[in-house]
Design a protein around this ligand. Structure first.
Ligand code: FES
Length: 154
């Protein structure tokens, strides 16, 4: 560093800090801390509230890219089997327990129906019974996809 650049540098460390400089730094630091303490709550109040993420009662069941369009995945949530299906536009989740006698259903992608292997019960993509002996539709579960993760409400 040349002698010329030392003289133009305002933050020169060549001389020891005087008591007056020390008090100035303390006062400035205190003022900045006070100002930040006043501004932070005001900015936090004005900042738009954005909530990213699923509701608290939803459970992550996998990643979006695990299920191809037209595919499905079986998961167990809270001791109950669920069937997560990916359509061209959304994810759907249903109880995987058939309402007839409790067999585990599967997604028949060729027929685009949820099928029960036990007594040939079929359900559509809304869970409604299409054919066979099941007396009631499959229970559907809310699905939310956030940041590539699939969340289902048990
Ligand atoms: S148990 Fe599913 S159709 Fe009978």
């Amino acid at each position: 560093m040349t002698e010329e650049s030392k003289s133009t540098n305002p933050a020169s460390f060549d001389r020891p800090m005087s008591r007056r400089d020390f008090i100035d730094w303390i006062i400035k630091g205190g003022l900045l801390t006070t100002l930040a303490g006043m501004l932070f709550p005001a900015l936090a109040y004005l900042w738009p509230v954005t909530r990213r993420g699923p509701a608290h009662d939803m459970v992550e069941v996998g990643r979006e890219d695990e299920i191809h369009v037209g595919g499905s995945k079986k998961v167990v949530l809270g001791g109950t089997a669920l069937l997560v299906i990916r359509t061209a536009t959304e994810f759907k989740a249903f109880s995987a327990v058939c309402t007839h006698l409790g067999c585990i259903v599967f997604w028949d992608s060729a027929k685009q129906l949820i099928a029960c292997p036990c007594h040939a019960g079929f359900f559509d993509l809304s869970g409604r019974v299409v054919s066979g002996p099941p007396p009631r539709p499959l229970a559907s579960h809310p699905v939310n996809v956030v940041d590539g993760k699939i969340f289902v409400k048990p």
